[in-house]
Design a protein around this ligand. Structure first.
Ligand SMILES: CC(C)(COP(=O)(O)OP(=O)(O)OC[C@H]1O[C@@H](n2cnc3c(N)ncnc32)[C@H](O)[C@@H]1OP(=O)(O)O)[C@@H](O)C(=O)NCCC(=O)NCCS
Length: 158
């Protein structure tokens, strides 16, 4: 079938998100990660806060009935922003693009922003396919790279 669907996040999903976000290849790509992606307690505390915060819109991404990632709307540096993460086993199948496009019909605040590492071309492509355009650049510490790197900021206007 290969159908991408979004559903509300439930607490039991967080363990899968934890496994997905600690993949070293994915961390290197995303760059701006937790200081220690293997710190389970820290990750669970973060998601406990996300689940309790109604200002954060969050959805679990399913491929047919398999949990393959998450997509989130939140405020970063005061800017309405989106972020997403797909299990590496499922990369390159158009899942992030389909999930973000659907999510943007739920998270409707505009403009909405997204930040990617300068070399995270897959994420930049996902954003462009969903209508985002390049907006600005920044430099920030990327824990998964152990150094400051350039960040590209994208915007989706109304
Ligand atoms: C970035 C990420 C979400 C992409 O998920 P995905 O489901 O593989 O994305 P899609 O298949 O929908 O689209 C990926 C696009 O990037 C392109 N792409 C992939 N790798 C690329 C690369 N190295 N250079 C250029 N384009 C690339 C694909 O060809 C595709 O574009 P196309 O449809 O025009 O061919 C996924 O790799 C991920 O979760 N990475 C780790 C977390 C992360 O980086 N999150 C985003 C933080 S800003």
């Amino acid at each position: 079938m290969d159908e991408v669907r979004l559903r509300d996040v439930v607490a039991d999903d967080v363990e899968s998100f934890f496994e997905q976000q600690r993949d070293p290849v994915a961390c290197k790509m995303a760059a701006f990660t937790a200081d220690d992606p293997n710190d389970r307690a820290n990750f669970l505390a973060l998601w406990t806060g996300i689940l309790a915060n109604n200002a954060i819109i969050k959805r679990t991404i399913l491929l047919d009935d398999t949990l393959v990632g998450n997509v989130v709307f939140f405020f970063q540096f005061g800017m309405p922003s989106v972020g997403y993460w797909i299990d590496r086993a499922y990369w390159g199948r158009g899942i992030a693009t389909r999930a973000l496009a659907e999510f943007l019909t739920i998270a409707t605040e505009r403009p909405v922003y997204a930040r990617t590492a300068f070399d995270n071309l897959a994420s930049q492509r996902v954003l462009e396919k969903c209508g985002f355009v390049s907006f600005d650049r920044d430099v920030a510490y990327a824990a998964a790279r152990g150094e400051e790197i350039e960040e590209r900021i994208f915007v989706l206007r109304g």
